[in-house]
Design a protein around this ligand. Sequence first.
Ligand code: GCW
Length: 659
Amino acid sequence: FISMHLFAENGHQLWLRSGSGKSINVVCNKKSSTLNIAEEELKSGWKGQAGKNIYLIIKRDDLIKGDGFILSDNKIQANTDLGILYGVYELLRRQNVGDDIKFDVCNPAYEYRVLNHWDNLDGTIERGYAGNSIFWRDGEDAFVVKEEDKVLWQEYARANASIGINGTVLNNVNASPEMLTHNVLNRVKAIADILRPYGIKTYLSIKFSSPSMIGGLETSDPFDSKVNEWWNEKAKEIYQLIPDFGGFLVKANSEGQPGPQDYGRTHADGANMLADAVKPYGGVIMWRAFVYQTSEEDRAKQAYNEFMPLDGQFRDNVIIQVKNGPIDFQPREPFSPLFGAMKSSSIMPEIQITQEYLGQGIHLVFLAPMWEEFLKSDTYRKGKGSTIANCTDGSLITQKYTAIAGVSNIGLDANWCGHLFAQANWYAFGRLAWNNSLTSEQIANEWLIQTFKNTDQKSAIFNPDWELNFLKPIKQMMLDSREAAVNYMMPLGLHHIFAAEEHYGPGPWWAPKGIRKDWTPPYYHQADSVGIGFNRTATGSNGVCQYSENVSLLFSNTITCPEMYLLWFHHLSWTYKMKSGRTLWDELCYRYDSGVKQVRHFQTVWDKVQPYVDFQRFFHVQRKLREQSRNAQLWKDACLLYFQQYSHLPIPYDIERPV
Ligand code: GCW
């Protein structure tokens, strides 16, 4: 029943919509389950000339790296079966989008392109806005592998493979120790078996204290030989079930999770113990650097303080997973100073696809511009041009492994992601993980064409002006959407001013007694009668000193600090003169107001494309935009009225009054 309901939903097909039915001949020099999929996909999705011969050739070529491939008009060549599959998806994508299919060597930017699901064993998802988990459920049938589970996992695998994703962590980083028990591991095996032909490796998040919680040991101290033995045995058990198991993801000594520091050991000690356990099987440990404690030290500085001194101490199969910004997936953050700095470890960026801090399942926010901004940020760690992309993909700093992770936005919702346009964020993650120099514009263009063009009678075949009247305005809306969210939520470098723990609405005032102060917004905005912003220069927390000299100088000086980060690094008076000539207070008012206006504009843009979209998807997006627009106004009104209590300045006349 569930899958019938899923198939009936128009959004369920994602960017993968049917082909033309034109027949071609596919010739392949090898057989495997992955190559079968490649052949089938090519035959059913082919949009080129009918009757053509296409050759799929597995042959070593030094131009090809990893699962890359060489594309040409009638041939795909790769070193691996998976490379062929990726080549097929690329060819079909180009046919769909109308791009040239010419000789082209396509290699992945990152070797490990991994989704992180924050799914709990009871089926709920931490920060998930698209229903329950596609992997786990509660109840008596929790461990029954049903036909419809398999169908769904296969569709999931296919969607991921089509954009180059090759790994998935099946459970929350706030991990249950139960994850490593018999029944659960059997289900992991069932999932891994479905994902394998699509080239997707399975990983698990583990709880560091598992040996004492489920193993009957007295301690989980990484220096205890019984603990080591327990992990070695566990690894053996897992690899017997899943020979190509990817490895573990670990959140340790962070937000109350156990870790090596509980036993007086370091992150390196903990990570190395696990690394040794999976090493014989080729596994890796993804160890998160998302750590901070309630202390006098600025939260933004803590990860760097803890991890920098450990550089060089990790085993070579440990990858340090670093969130894009130094705080926590905010609508806008400067990059984490760890990027480019830890030169003797493998470092992987972690970005968040699920919109925890960007309107969740309600706001239309295309995240590619945020990730593009991040990847192109220059760390200056090896001179000008040391972008995050170059520092993490192996081109500038040698790493044993290159990798990138995205926190998934996928759930049981009929359209997978809750908001139809949130599918574009899943898509964008995969595309950027494969090619970290793609532009947001290219990605939006590809996604829109594949998702909306030629999908029913309302679309392009019947509407020759589709590109002008649908593609162009909707693409622009997507490209503007992230900046709009920054404007109506927290412009000019403001951050973490959300209400309570749910991270959706505004709450710059929220600071109940007894709660950790680094969990309250006033800690971050620091508004007072003089001004607003967090002073991270030498006269404040000196967070700037963690960046390379060039970047530190750039951010320290109010003149050179990009205005988008101004209040991240500086506490400035309400009457501080901005580049626009306005005072800081007036500028803040304008930014909030323009964010609201942008969303109202998106509503009119969407309304105009009704002739081009099936009614189901049209009304879905229209309804969401309506709510986003109301909530954007709420953000603006709440923030301006709250901050006005400190600024004591009037709202500029040409701005809609907050009420
Ligand atoms: O973004 C914050 C979230 C937590 C999350 C944590 C983390 C999984 O609010 O829900 O926990 O970060 O990334 O570990």
